[in-house]
Design a binder for this molecule. Structure first.
Ligand code: NAD
Ligand code: ZN
Length: 262
C-alpha cells in the first residue's frame, strides 16, 4: 500500500464535487464470496457453471416453471445470504454518510453495500433479494414470495400477472432500463469515479468508467492487480492491494485532511 497514493486519493475525493464508486466482485471477496475469474473464482473451478449461466435466461423465457425449479438451488446464493459486509463496504458507506460519495454503482448482486449502510446504490446486475418482472419492470422483495417459491409455483407480477424472475441480470438478458439510465447518468455527471474490485471486462457495465473518463472525470482504481482500465490508461492511477485495507485508510486520511482544513 502506497501512503502517497492514499493521500492523493483522499485529497482528490475531498476536491470532487460529485464522486461516485463503481464496484465489482473483488469488493466482496473479503466477505467470503469468490469472484468469477480470479484463481479461486467460481468459473475457474467449475467451467460447467459458466456454461449453465448462459442458458438460464432462455429457460426462463421458454418454461418459467423449469426455471423456478432450478433458480434458487445454486450454492452460490446460499453463500451470499450468509455473507456479511467487510471493511471495504463500510468505508464506502462512511464516505457517503460524509457527503463525499454521491452514489455507488455496483455489479454485485449480493446486497452487501446496503447491509453496510449505503443508501444510494444502483444494482446494475440486480439483486438476489428481489424478483423482477421483465414485462412491466416492477420489482418486489423476494421475501414476499417465499410461499410460492417453497411450493414450486411460478411467482406472478402483482401488477401485470406475468411470470417473475430473480432480479439478477443473466447473460444474454438486457440490463433493466431504469438502472441502466441512472448509472450512465451518474457516469456522465461524476467528476471522480472510484473503481473498486472489478476487472472491468463485463459489458455494458465496463463502459461506465470509460464514459466517465471521456466526460473528463478522474478515474481511480483499487485492485489487487492492474486491469484493462489501467492498461488502457482509463484510470489516472491505481491503489494496489486489498480493498478492505485500502478503503478504510482512505477514509482515515479524508478525516485527517478535513480536520486540518477547519
Ligand atoms: P471479476 O471476477 O471479473 O474481477 C474481480 C476483480 O477484483 C479482479 O480484478 C481482482 O483482481 C479484484 N479483486 C479481487 N479481490 C480483491 C480485493 N480483496 N481487493 C481488491 N481487488 C480485488 O469481477 P467483476 O469485474 O465484478 O465481474 C464479474 C461479474 O460477476 C459482475 O458482473 C458481477 O455481477 C458478478 N459477480 C458478483 C459477485 C457478487 O455479487 N459478490 C460475485 C461474483 C461475480
Ligand atoms: Zn409486471
Amino acid at each position: 500500500m502506497d501512503p502517497g497514493l492514499i493521500r492523493r486519493c483522499a485529497a482528490d475525493l475531498l476536491n470532487a464535487k460529485h464522486a461516485v464508486a463503481f464496484t465489482g466482485a473483488g469488493i466482496s471477496t473479503e466477505s467470503g464470496i469468490p469472484d468469477f475469474r480470479g484463481p479461486s473464482g467460481i468459473w475457474t473451478r467449475d467451467p460447467e457453471a459458466e456454461r449453465r449461466s448462459y442458458e438460464i435466461f432462455g429457460k426462463f423465457l421458454e418454461t418459467p416453471r423449469e426455471y423456478w425449479e432450478e433458480a434458487l438451488k445454486s450454492p452460490f446464493y446460499e453463500m451470499i445470504e450468509r455473507a456479511k459486509p467487510n471493511l471495504a463496504h463500510y468505508a464506502l458507506a462512511e464516505l457517503e454518510e460524509m457527503g463525499i460519495l454521491k452514489a455507488i454503482i455496483t455489479q454485485n448482486i449480493d446486497g452487501l453495500h446496503q447491509k453496510a449502510g449505503s443508501k444510494n446504490v444502483l444494482e446494475f446486475h440486480g439483486s438476489i433479494y428481489k424478483l423482477r418482472c421483465i414485462y412491466c419492470g416492477c420489482r418486489f422483495p423476494r421475501s414476499e414470495f417465499e410461499e410460492e417459491i417453497r411450493e414450486k409455483k411460478v411467482p406472478l407480477c402483482r401488477k401485470c400477472r406475468s411470470p417473475l424472475k430473480v432480479d439478477v441480470v443473466y447473460f444474454t438478458e438486457p440490463i433493466p432500463s431504469d438502472v441502466y439510465e441512472l448509472s450512465f447518468s451518474e457516469a456522465m455527471k461524476c467528476d471522480l469515479m472510484l473503481v473498486c474490485g472489478t476487472s472491468a471486462v463485463v459489458y455494458p457495465a465496463a463502459e461506465l468508467p470509460r464514459v466517465a473518463k471521456r466526460r473528463g472525470a478522474m478515474v481511480v482504481e483499487v485492485n489487487f492487480e492492474e486491469t484493462s482500465l489501467t492498461r488502457e490508461r482509463v484510470s489516472d492511477y491505481i491503489l494496489k492491494g486489498k480493498a478492505g485495507e485500502i478503503l478504510p485508510k482512505i477514509v482515515e486520511v479524508v478525516k485527517e485532511l478535513r480536520k486540518k482544513s477547519f
